[in-house]
Write a protein that binds this ligand. Structure first.
Ligand SMILES: Nc1ncnc2c1ncn2[C@@H]1O[C@H](COP(=O)(O)OP(=O)(O)OP(=O)(O)O)[C@@H](O)[C@H]1O
Length: 298
């Protein structure tokens, strides 16, 4: 079984306002022999639709994510957010349209080569992690894209990277615990560490704050903000129902309803009360304070 991890130089920066160091990964992403063209977007969907059982889940959607972008995708239940994420995670193919991913086109490339270049956290993935798995192994086993460590061999650099990722997410002390003994917030952090293990070019976070209490949400949103503002972190797409969960550092928003784009573009221009009202079909007051957003019905 091939190992998927790419080697990168890890640089630790320490910001004075937070105690935990956050690692960033320097890598020459573009160069001779690299399949990632400097002209290609990380995600480039053109008129993409997904149809299942006669229902149109994603309706003629076009969307471009650039390397420096940090997107939030917001929409009500059933809007098609997870379906959209499945396309950009190379898990499903469009029923029609063209899905460009990391310089490749879905349907013309081996998805098993594409998927390791994409880090993902989702409830569906978390459910597949054995509860008896050691936390360190949950993270390091991403190198082989396996869930549940078996007989793969890892070298010291793999183990060091997994440990440093756990430490950078503030859970280095949990490395020897089993996944099943962790709180929901701790599990979310382990998943993010796992998603970053292979130094992905695209990071997908499907409702990372779901199920967290206020303290857990705020801590996670701060961590996600650190990642979003890290210039060496990968392009990212964060899916949520709640504007309160948008970290500082997110650059763009896509508002989705019934599989269609209501609005998309730079965050400040796109995340307006008017656009949110159209997305959620609700009269709303939207406020922004200290770079964070809040919405309530009026
Ligand atoms: N295989 C399928 N056949 C028919 N409809 C489906 C299928 N899979 C999903 N759907 C429907 O597609 C719609 C979009 O689902 P999706 O999970 O992408 O929405 P979502 O925005 O992520 O919702 P939520 O916020 O509730 O998680 C939903 O109405 C769902 O019931």
């Amino acid at each position: 079984m091939p190992k998927l991890v790419k080697r990168a130089v890890m640089v630790v920066i320490v910001a004075s306002r937070r105690p935990a160091p956050v690692p960033v990964w320097r890598e020459e992403r573009v160069g001779p022999g690299d399949r990632f063209s400097p002209m290609a977007a990380v995600v480039d969907l053109a008129d993409v639709s997904i149809v299942r059982g006669g229902a149109t889940l994603i309706d003629n959607l076009s969307w471009r994510v650039e390397e420096a972008d940090r997107w939030v995708v917001i929409g009500p239940n059933g809007a098609g957010k997870t379906t959209l994420l499945q396309i950009v995670a190379a898990q499903i193919h469009p029923s029609s349209g063209v899905a460009g991913l990391l310089g490749e086109v879905l349907g013309t490339v081996d998805v098993f080569e594409l998927r390791p270049r994409i880090g993902i956290t989702s409830a569906a993935l978390a459910e597949r992690i054995p509860r008896s798995e050691r936390v360190h192994d949950v993270v390091v086993s991403a190198s082989y894209a396996v869930i549940g460590r078996w007989r793969e061999s890892y070298d010291e650099l793999d183990h060091a990277r997994a440990d440093e990722l756990l430490a950078s997410l503030g859970i280095g002390n949990l490395a020897d615990r089993t996944f099943g003994t962790l709180s929901e917030g701790e599990r979310k952090r382990v998943q993010i560490a796992r998603a970053l293990m292979t130094d992905p070019e695209l990071l997908l976070l499907d409702e990372p704050a779901a199920g967290l209490d206020l303290s857990g949400r705020e801590t996670l949103v701060r961590t996600l903000g650190d990642l979003a503002r890290d210039p060496y972190a990968p392009a990212s797409v964060l899916v949520t129902h709640h504007v309160e969960e948008i970290p500082v550092g997110i650059t763009h928003a896509l508002l989705l309803r019934d599989g269609k784009v209501v609005a998309e573009g730079p965050l400040e221009e796109t995340l307006t009360a008017e656009n949110l009202e159209a997305t959620f079909d609700l009269r709303l007051a939207l406020t922004r304070n200290g770079g964070r957003w809040a919405a309530r019905a009026v």
